[in-house]
Design a protein around this ligand. Structure first.
Ligand code: HSE
Length: 312
C-alpha cells in the first residue's frame, strides 16, 4: 500500500570535490531540508514555505515545482502534489540547497506513487529543478542526494551515474554567511581552457576516483587539486587561501570550494583531524570579519530519507 503522507529529509551535498567540476559530488549527514508531502488529483503543485527564505511559490519558478512538473509530465495524468517545505540549507550557500529541494521532492513523489521511477529517472526530473535555480541542468549535487555516498556523473546526456566506493572520510565544512549565486559563479568561468590544464585536471579526477576506490589516502591527497575552476572562483570567497592553508596545516587531506561556493570543505582521514580542522577554521576565519558556521560530518551513504505516515 502506498502512504498518504510522508516526511522527506533531504541532505546537503558537496559538488565538484575540487577537481571534478560538474561530475563528482557527495552527500553530507546534515544539514537537511524537510518536506512534508501528499498527493492531490487536481494536477497542481501547491507549495507552502515553512521557513523565512521567501522562495517563489509559483511552481514554474520554484525548484521543487520545476522538478515535480517534470515528473508529472512523465505521468501524464491529473496527479499533483501538496508540499510543506522547511529549508534549513540556506540558498546560495554552496552545499546543494536547490538540489536538496529538487531531490527531496522527486524522491518523495516517487514514494507516494509506489516507486514507479528509477533513481536515474528521478535525477533527470530533479535536474529541471536545478535549472530553475541556476539555469544549468547539472546533477553533481542531485545524484549524491538521491543515491547517497559519492557519485560520478560520467555523462549528463545521456545520464550515466556511477556510485564510487570510498574509505571512511570525515568532512569539515566552513559556510561563510554570504551568498554566491551559482549562475554568477558559472558566468565568470573561462569558456575555453588549455589542453595542458585539462590533462592535469583529468589526471587528478582519475587519481581521486582511483584513490577513493583503493582507500589510498596519499593518492586522494595528491589528487585534490583544481587548476581550472578554483583559481577563478576563489576571488568570490574572502580569506579562501588563508583558510585553506590553515586546514592543510591542521592535517586535512585536502579540499576546496564546495560546489560554486561560498562554502569550503575539507576531507580528513579521522574524526579527530576533522575536528582539528574545524578549530583551525575558527582561529583563521574568526579574524576575517564575516559571520560563518562550521559543520563536521560523515559522508552520508544513504542520501534522502523518507518517513512513512509521520505523526506531525
Ligand atoms: N557543479 C556546479 C558548479 C555545482 O560548480 O557550478 C553548483 O552547486
Amino acid at each position: 500500500m502506498t502512504p498518504d503522507k510522508i516526511k522527506v529529509y533531504s541532505p546537503a551535498t558537496v559538488a565538484n570535490m575540487v577537481c571534478g567540476f560538474d561530475v563528482l559530488g557527495f552527500a553530507l549527514d546534515g544539514p537537511y531540508d524537510e518536506l512534508t508531502m501528499s498527493m492531490n488529483k487536481s494536477g497542481a503543485v501547491n507549495i507552502r514555505n515553512l521557513d523565512n527564505f521567501n522562495l517563489p511559490l509559483k511552481a514554474e519558478d520554484n525548484v521543487i515545482g520545476g522538478a515535480l512538473l517534470a515528473l508529472m509530465a512523465a505521468l501524464d495524468d491529473n496527479t499533483g502534489f501538496e508540499i510543506d517545505s522547511r529549508k534549513t540549507i540556506k540558498p546560495g550557500s554552496g552545499i546543494g540547497s536547490s538540489a536538496a529541494s529538487a531531490a527531496g521532492a522527486v524522491m518523495g513523489a516517487n514514494c507516494l506513487l509506489g516507486n514507479r521511477f528509477s533513481k536515474a529517472e528521478l535525477v533527470d526530473f530533479a535536474m529541471y529543478g536545478e535549472k530553475v535555480a541556476s539555469g544549468a541542468r547539472h546533477a553533481d549535487n542531485i545524484a549524491p542526494a538521491i543515491y547517497g555516498g559519492i557519485t560520478l556523473i560520467r555523462s549528463s546526456n545521456p545520464l550515466d551515474i556511477v556510485s564510487i566506493p570510498f574509505p571512511p572520510l570525515y568532512v569539515t565544512v566552513l559556510h561563510p554567511l554570504i551568498e554566491v549565486k551559482t549562475s554568477n559563479a558559472r558566468e565568470i568561468l573561462k569558456k575555453e581552457i588549455l589542453l595542458k590544464d585539462a590533462a592535469m585536471q583529468w589526471g587528478n579526477v582519475a587519481g581521486l576516483v582511483a584513490g577513493l576506490m583503493k582507500g589510498d589516502f596519499e593518492l586522494i591527497r595528491r589528487s585534490l587539486v583544481d587548476v581550472i575552476v578554483e583559481p577563478v572562483r576563489k576571488i568570490l570567497i574572502p580569506g579562501f587561501d588563508a583558510v585553506k592553508s590553515a586546514c592543510l596545516e591542521a592535517g586535512a587531506l585536502g579540499g576546496g570550494i564546495s560546489g560554486s561556493g561560498p562554502s569550503i570543505f575539507m576531507l580528513s582521514e579521522t574524526l579527530e583531524t576533522a575536528n582539528e580542522v574545524a578549530k583551525a577554521i575558527h582561529s583563521c576565519y574568526g579574524k576575517i570579519g564575516i559571520e560563518y558556521d562550521v559543520h563536521v560530518s560523515n559522508i552520508n551513504p544513504d542520501g534522502v530519507k523518507i518517513i512513512l505516515d509521520p505523526k506531525d
